[in-house]
Design a protein around this ligand. Structure first.
Ligand SMILES: [Zn+2]
Length: 257
């Protein structure tokens, strides 16, 4: 087992949705807020703030919000990587997915399938990029993952998803590499409120500052502006400008520093 048994409480779960964080290689507080499990760049497994059982139907109170309109019964697993990545032409950015990370991710998904009795099918073990096509739930063009940097020949949501499922099946069949198990459960670092912010720098010449993700433009930030990232909705960051204004910016044009 890669995942400690105590991290997998009893719950009736239907599927596993697999993501990348569009962040850096370390699990940030945002990652812990949005996903049940995060695999860091070196393959280290981190538990999110919300328990798997928080997403069991019927959802009451706080839960891990990882997939738009598809969180009930869904376990969210994410690889911490791909900040600033661009789909076309493909650029993996400064924090590309790593091979140790992928191996630990696949092993984690295999453990979860076994623990929760989830069959490995395109509707039950899928990437975020497949949710719209496989489940018919719109996802605003999410592309985690249509590319897998450790496997550059694979392109497209279905190709990458099929490869992921085959890799999980291999582990469930007792084949394939097993990364080292987690020895000590990693406790979420509560930290000071001011530490619960990521800092970013604008990389676009002029970055639109919006009221909501894809919402009205309320201003602009020039290249090099330092911002505080205080929340994230997939590829969008809620940011505080140096002048103290709150708004949303595309994560594609922000380097997390
Ligand atoms: Zn995602």
């Amino acid at each position: 087992m890669t995942v400690p048994a105590s991290w997998m409480p009893n719950a009736s779960m239907q599927r596993i949705v697999c993501h990348w964080s569009a962040g850096a290689h370390d699990a940030s507080w945002l990652d812990r807020k949005h996903y049940h499990f995060i695999i860091e760049g070196d393959g280290n497994l981190v538990r999110g703030d919300r328990s798997v059982s928080d997403n069991a139907a019927p959802i009451r109170g706080a839960y891990a919000a990882h997939t738009r309109n598809c969180n009930t019964g869904s376990i969210g697993v994410s690889m911490a990587c791909m900040a600033g990545a661009v789909e076309r032409p493909f650029d993996a950015g400064r924090y590309p997915m790593t091979r140790p990370q992928w191996d630990a991710f696949v092993a984690t998904v295999a453990d979860l399938c076994q623990r929760y009795g989830i069959k490995v099918t395109p509707k039950t073990v899928l990437s975020h990029a497949e949710v719209q096509s496989n489940l018919g739930i719109a996802q605003r063009g999410k592309w985690d993952f249509t590319r897998l940097p450790p496997f550059p020949d694979l392109v497209g949501a279905k190709v990458c998803g099929d490869f992921m499922r085959a890799s999980v099946q291999q582990i469930l069949a007792g084949e394939g590499p097993k990364p080292k198990p987690v020895e000590e459960p990693v406790e979420a670092d509560q930290g000071e409120p001011e530490a619960m912010e990521l800092r970013g720098v604008v990389t676009a010449g002029w970055l639109n500052f919006r009221r909501s993700p894809m919402g009205d433009i309320i201003g602009g930030l020039p290249r090099g502006t330092a911002i505080a990232v205080i929340d994230r909705d997939e590829g969008w960051y809620q940011a505080r400008s140096p002048g103290g204004y709150l708004g949303w910016v595309s994560g594609r044009y922000v380097d997390i520093v």
